[in-house]
Design a protein around this ligand. Sequence first.
Ligand SMILES: [Ca+2]
Ligand SMILES: [Ca+2]
Length: 196
Amino acid sequence: MLEKVTTHALTITHEGFTGTSASFVVSRTGEDVQGVDIVLTDAVPDHGPTGWVESPANGHRYKSVEAGSWFECHLAAIAMGAHIVTIADAAEQQWLLDTFGADEPYWIGLTDEPVEGAWRWVTGEPLVYTNWGDGEPNDAHTGGEDYAHMNWEGARPGSGGWRDLGYTGPDWYTVRKAILETGAIGGRETAPGYER
Ligand SMILES: [Ca+2]
Ligand SMILES: [Ca+2]
């Protein structure tokens, strides 16, 4: 029985923009040769809008950025007059999930770096609502974990559950994006002690 398996990727260039698909396998077994159908569809965004999106609930604007570590995302936010997202209540959490999806991890503006265990929003807002996944925050690993992200894959699916991470842990580099937030007019003040 002849079996031929090859790996391919599909590259499409359209109006000067080029995209390449994830690799996929084409196999042919025996004489069972089939034609190849290619169907082009509008891709569904993987990780939400890239521009600012205003929430009708509070008039704040939000966008996702891929700036790297929590610190780098924090600095990127400041540079844009914004802050890493703060989540005041379940409705805001749900709006973020509806807008940016429940799958991809995003840093949120929550840290206990100044005082271990005293989680604070970067804006200085009181921490009222929380959405920690089971067993989190646990300050695991040598050096602890002082920075929070949402959409932890270990949390209940679709919940957007939070987890704390630290830069000595193995998952630190799995989160490279943050959702940024800014008020309807300008950004909120950034709380002292986080300008790093
Ligand atoms: Ca901690
Ligand atoms: Ca943790």
